[in-house]
Design a protein around this ligand. Structure first.
Ligand code: FES
Ligand code: FES
Length: 171
């Protein structure tokens, strides 16, 4: 199939790629851009390991054409760290042993990032509902949920602090 030039915006950078029009986003990320954080964990769209954000919405990159993302912002797990520092969810996973083999972790992190962006104070049921499309084959989930709870608390403290430090917060 003839290759086409595609402009893809990923983690705040614009890339020009010569790829087939039927190239999957996951392959464009992992093979063409060498962003190997997103994983292929199944062949039937059931595991969520390939989850990335497209214009802020979690999407399965194994089922999307890269070409369909032109003009949109793609965020992968490599784009989750903030100014070179680990994001709260990354730190909490390390602190709580939320990952064992780690294969599912990037997908979970992208889903949590979206959850916190849209619902800064999620209940346990909200967290479980949001994560229902991501599968983990090794942790048994409890340490992972502890890590996610810790990340939510850290994000909430961070938000409270930034409101205070930008002068709009009142004690
Ligand atoms: S690789 Fe399993 S849902 Fe995409
Ligand atoms: S940590 Fe191994 S699949 Fe989740």
């Amino acid at each position: 199939m003839k290759k086409q030039i595609l402009e893809l915006r990923v983690n705040g950078r614009t890339y020009e790629l010569a790829i087939e029009p039927n190239r999957l986003l996951l392959d464009a990320l992992r093979v063409d851009l060498q962003l190997t954080g997103s994983k292929r964990g199944c062949d039937d769209s059931s595991c969520g390991a390939c989850t990335v954000l497209v214009d802020g919405t979690p999407m399965l990159s194994c089922t999307m054409l890269a070409a369909s993302c032109e003009g949109q912002e793609v965020t992968t797990v490599e784009g989750v760290s903030e100014h070179g520092a680990l994001a709260a969810i990354q730190k909490a996973y390390g602190d709580w042993g939320g990952a064992q083999c780690g294969f599912c972790t990037p997908g979970f992190m992208m889903t949590v990032k979206h959850l916190l962006a849209t619902n800064p104070n999620p209940s346990e049921a909200d967290v479980r509902e949001a994560l229902s499309s991501n599968l983990c084959r090794c942790t048994g989930y409890s340490q992972m949920y502890e890590a996610i709870k810790a990340a939510i608390e850290a994000e909430q403290k961070g938000m409270a602090q930034s409101v205070l430090s930008d002068g709009t917060g009142k004690r």
